[in-house]
Design a protein around this ligand. Sequence first.
Ligand SMILES: [Zn+2]
Length: 68
Amino acid sequence: MDASYQLIDRFLRQHPGFICTDCLATAVGVPASQVSMATQRLRQDQRFAWKIGVCSRCSAERTVIRAA
Ligand SMILES: [Zn+2]
């Protein structure tokens, strides 16, 4: 696992609620391009849930993730 993946993993487990990748990038201080690479792997991970929904931070409707 790379550093950005670990940051995202930890953030999601500490902050319940659905969040979009843009807000996730801001929250963990990782460039959006790295977040999207890490989320490709998060999608394979059964510990996280994905849906099209409303982000708890920016209220935009888009693909959001949370720790399952
Ligand atoms: Zn958001």
